[in-house]
Design a protein around this ligand. Sequence first.
Ligand SMILES: [Zn+2]
Length: 209
Amino acid sequence: MAHVLAGLAVCGLCGGTMTRVVKGKRSVPKLVCVAAKTGRGCRYLPARVDQVEDAIMTHALGHVLPHAPSLDATVEADLNRLDDALGGLSDHIEKAVEAVLANPKSPVIAKRLASYEAAREDLIKQRDAALKLIDERSEAVVASRVAALANLLESRCEDRPTLNAALRRVFSGVVVHAGQLGFRWQHVPPDSGGAVTPLVFSFTALCGE
Ligand SMILES: [Zn+2]
């Protein structure tokens, strides 16, 4: 484990993966966008790994973790939408069944019933997935993960694999860009407000290196 943001660092310019590079013995390790490094677009704007890590280990406890959003209502809204759709479909199915009984030999009506039933199967699967999500992201689980990370930071843990694992349970990614980190909360859908908490850190520009 080379740095605490392994598997988490996201380029602030293109949204792509960032990786740690060391160019020679006297050079400091940096985080760079993989696309920029491999010449597939983006710009080469490295950030020093030590500065990023220092920002997390020193300031995340006081400035990021207190802003953990509560479990977002969008998951519940999603479930309501699916339940409404299922209800509507059940009405259609009932009518289609009546039609099939009245016209048992009509392939068109039979086909319609089959397509409603398939759509219902699909919605039930989506509903199960939404329920599973609610289960996984329960307030208690989120709170205990945030508390576990807070404990590590509070005790000034410097074990990178341990910190990295705890960070990954709380954040889905950390955007690195020009002196600012953006912590993406794991339990909040990406499009909702408050999904990212920013943290400014001391930054040495390393352009053109
Ligand atoms: Zn990039």
